[in-house]
Design a protein around this ligand. Structure first.
Ligand SMILES: [Zn+2]
Length: 411
């Protein structure tokens, strides 16, 4: 039987570079892993190397980082009821209200973690349920399965059915309890993220409290920004004192270098300038953006301005847990915007780029000594031409061959 915590892996390696959105290819590499699950050495296999290839026919790269995904939408993935505001009202809120029951949440958490692992996602920034018990169940399952991730109670105190709302003071109290229980768990493998759903579902008081909590405890903040035209208009009407959508988050202490904004499709030039100046990050979710008809996010503009960008499945508006499929859709978007981005760069955004967007690139996202051994093995057929094309554009691809976090095989 295969060793679930191997101290060595051998195979064809794609190692993300630190200085550009590129990879180094090592055709036959030996990766040595410490008992703590960190890379000790990553070198070409020496001549006559006695270690057998770990996953013959596969390519080894860092595990995928999904920077935007909704746990309580696992079972409504692919519901064609968009665009955004209709889809929330017709499909999402009803499903999310079921998470009041912990046993339901536990069952979905098993499916959710299984789906991440199957696609080789080893780290995710997750919108939990708006129910504290369900979010606790999510953390427990992430822990049990060995995944890495950020998760938060999805904060909503208006603009949705009562079943998914919670008054701000209660919600923030529940957040504090979850922070105490889970934030930094297992050497930082699990972290709590402050997660106001979006401006339309939060009062000013709740957003301000969320910003304060993030500040006090040094937490990641995740929310949605500028996804859909009707949403943007409604946000203007709800916050007439703010000059634009980003200003709503700035005013409530939710925009800084620990913030990651999902979508960012329709930002003005001024918003891009401020987003970059504050060193906030973006989660680009092109498959979701196609499915809800939201628009074409300007990836190259973001990158040229120095904004950190990760890729997100945005399940359940996204139709897949595969970041390879998401990267392929990002390619399509960039082409439609007349600003192409290479498959190699997109794979980089799905790995090291995502780790940077989440602020964990000091230990995650590279195959290099000192980094945590988070690895995915992806099968590539012998007859494949360009390796990056083969990894991204074969939509019929199956699950990942194997995935590891800190050198431990995920099952
Ligand atoms: Zn989302």
């Amino acid at each position: 039987m295969e060793d679930p915590t191997p101290n060595r892996l051998r195979g064809r390696v794609l190692a993300p570079r630190d200085d550009a959105a590129r990879f180094d290819l090592i055709p036959d590499a030996l990766l040595e892993i410490s008992a703590e699950g960190r890379f000790v050495r990553v070198v070409p296999a020496p001549p006559g190397c006695s270690v057998p290839e770990t996953h013959p026919g596969a390519v080894l790269l860092p595990g995928f980082v999904d920077t935007h995904v909704h746990f309580p939408q696992t079972r409504v993935l692919g519901s064609a009821t968009g665009p955004l505001l209709d889809w929330l009202a017709r499909t999402v809120f009803a499903e999310e209200s079921r998470f009041a029951e912990r046993t339901y949440a536990e069952a979905v958490a098993r499916d959710f973690c299984g789906a991440l692992i199957a696609q080789g996602t080893t780290c995710a920034a997750i919108y939990g349920s708006s129910h504290p018990e369900a979010t606790d169940a999510l953390f427990a399952e992430l822990d049990r399965r060995g995944l890495r991730g950020f998760a938060g109670l999805t904060l909503m105190d208006r603009g949705a059915p009562a079943e998914v709302l919670m008054p701000g003071p209660w919600a923030l109290e529940a957040c504090r309890a979850l922070v105490d229980r889970w934030h930094g768990h297992d050497g930082g493998r699990l972290q709590f993220a402050v997660t106001p759903r979006f401006a339309l579902s939060c009062t000013s008081e709740l957003m301000r409290g969320a910003g304060r909590l993030a500040q006090e405890r040094g937490l990641l903040i995740q929310t949605h920004l500028s996804e859909n035209r009707a949403e943007i208009e409604a946000t203007h009407d709800a916050f007439p004192e703010c000059s634009d959508y980003l200003a709503v988050y700035e005013r409530h202490g939710l925009c800084g270098e620990r913030s990651i904004f999902g979508h960012a499709i329709w930002l003005s030039e001024g918003e891009w300038v401020r987003l970059a100046a504050r060193n906030a990050a973006v989660a680009h979710c092109p498959d979701s953006n196609f499915f809800l008809g939201s628009g074409l996010m300007p990836l190259r503009k973001a990158v040229d301005r120095g904004v950190r960008v990760g890729l997100g499945t945005d399940v359940g508006a996204g139709r897949t847990f595969s970041l390879r499929r998401v990267a392929a859709r990002a390619y399509d978007v960039a082409l439609l915007r007349d600003a192409p981005v290479s498959p190699e760069a997109l794979l980089w955004h799905a790995t090291l780029g995502g780790a940077r967007a989440l602020g964990i690139a000091d230990r995650v996202g590279r195959l290099a000594p000192g980094y945590d051994a988070d690895v995915v093995a992806i099968d590539v057929p012998d007859h494949a031409g360009d390796l990056f094309d083969a990894l991204l554009f074969r939509d019929d691809h199956g699950p990942a061959r194997a995935a590891y976090v800190r050198g431990r095989r995920l099952v």
